[in-house]
Design a binder for this molecule. Structure first.
Ligand SMILES: Nc1ncnc2c1ncn2[C@@H]1O[C@H](COP(=O)(O)OP(=O)(O)O)[C@@H](O)[C@H]1O
Ligand SMILES: [Mg+2]
Length: 389
């Protein structure tokens, strides 16, 4: 890795000196310049100076009174292109971390940083830059949507993602539901969401994308949903770019679409290897599934749409062929009805597949292996066949 050039911005003399030393001490980076004041206007001559240095990294110290430093980050982000901004601040102020990332910082390093913290952040940056240059993996997307509210999309998306994670690793779960519940199912408290990734698309690379995800104890990466209705709906083009990044980084991407049936859901469906339409086996649900199928299939990709029956129980006189005819879909999988286990799993934040070797856990594992049965041999070909650019 070639040496990274760094500009340190820290009004506090002692902190500036410490950061200068720590940067140089990593052995992979060098402080080119240290700035003793924050930047409050786009006309500030310090900005010109930093632009002329073109550093790889600008390290900005955020003191307890964070606002001026956050403004500095925002200005640097707007005015100095090509430099990554690393913020150094207190980990005890989550809102400052969020604001720093939103202002344009790509890393937030706890203060006071250890040499290892800095070194790791520098290495991540170099690795991300290398990764962008070389052709990476192309993962597969599985999208889960429901015909009728409460049919079990989130339960299935969460457990499918965990089953894939345990079988293959390198899995992301993306929550596109109108109101995201996946974090709740996984007992996670995400700082960032899909919205943050979309808002930062212009500078999104693998390490920034990863920092917007929340890691589950199994290693699964969750890109969480919003917990408030979005102010501005992202466009389909924005979702296309986001998913292009995701498949460049993860082997499998599971999407919880829940009740979402709009142009974005359809686009992501078209990018998917399979779209699982979750329904119960009653007439009203299957009729709804048929309506959603027609909408999602309108722009092609009908063959990707498959039916998953949740809370399955045999109904005398109602065959699988009847079910398929009513929904207009091929039946891919049936998940047993286990109301108490399913609701306890949500309440406790411990998904069903983590409850040991139960019938329903085996059912999710079976679904995961069914969806990936051909992957060992046709992994590359499969993507190029289905890729829509
Ligand atoms: N296989 C199942 N058996 C019994 N109950 C289930 C099953 N799957 C989901 N549920 C229950 O259905 C409800 C809705 O599930 P959820 O995954 O939130 O649905 P959706 O995302 O489609 O709205 C939850 O209370 C959950 O416990
Ligand atoms: Mg849901």
């Amino acid at each position: 890795m070639s040496e990274l050039s760094v500009v340190v911005v820290a009004p506090d003399n002692e902190q500036r000196a410490v950061l200068h030393l720590l940067v140089d001490g990593t052995g992979v980076a060098k402080t080119e310049h240290a700035v003793a004041s924050l930047i409050v206007a786009a006309t500030d001559p310090i900005l010109r100076k930093i632009q002329s240095i073109k550093p790889d990294i600008i390290l900005v110290d955020i003191p307890r009174d964070a606002a001026p430093a956050l403004q500095t980050i925002e200005l640097l982000h707007q005015e100095v292109s090509g430099s990554a901004i690393f913020a150094v601040g207190l980990m005890s102020q989550p809102q400052v971390i969020v604001n720093a990332m939103r202002s344009g910082a790509r890393e937030f390093i706890g203060s006071p940083p250890t040499p290892t913290d800095l070194l790791e952040a520098f290495v991540r940056l170099s690795a991300a830059r290398r990764k962008v240059q070389k052709e990476g993996i192309r993962g597969k997307i599985f999208t889960v949507v429901i015909a009728k509210g409460g049919s079990g999309a989130t339960t299935i998306a969460v457990n499918l993602a965990l089953a894939l994670q345990s079988a293959h690793g390198n899995v992301a779960l993306v929550d596109m539901a109108p109101l995201g519940h996946t974090a709740l199912h996984l007992n996670l408290k995400p700082l960032f969401s899909v919205e943050d990734a979309i808002r930062n698309l212009h500078r999104l690379d693998s390490s920034l994308l990863e920092s917007f995800t929340t890691r589950h104890s199994t290693g699964l990466h969750l890109l969480a949903g919003s917990n408030i209705p979005l102010a501005i709906e992202p466009s389909t083009a924005e979702f296309a770019r986001l998913f292009d990044m995701l498949v460049g980084q993860f082997r499998y991407v599971v999407v919880d679409g829940s009740s979402r049936s709009d142009a974005s859901a359809r686009l992501v469906g078209n990018l998917s290897q399979a779209v699982l339409l979750v329904s119960h086996a009653d007439v009203a649900s299957l009729w709804s599934a048929n309506q959603i199928r027609q909408y999602l299939g309108q722009t092609g990709g009908n063959e990707r749409l498959q039916l998953v029956l949740n809370r399955f129980r045999k109904i005398p006189g109602f065959t699988e062929a009847d079910v398929e005819a009513a929904a207009g879909l091929k039946l891919l999988w049936k998940i047993p009805n286990q109301y108490f286990a399913a609701s306890a799993a949500i309440d406790r934040g411990i998904p069903l597949v983590q409850h040991g070797n139960t019938e329903i856990a085996r059912s999710f594992a079976g679904l995961a292996s069914r969806l990936t049965e051909n992957d060992a041999t046709v992994k590359r070909a499969a993507w190029s066949l289905f890729k829509i650019s």
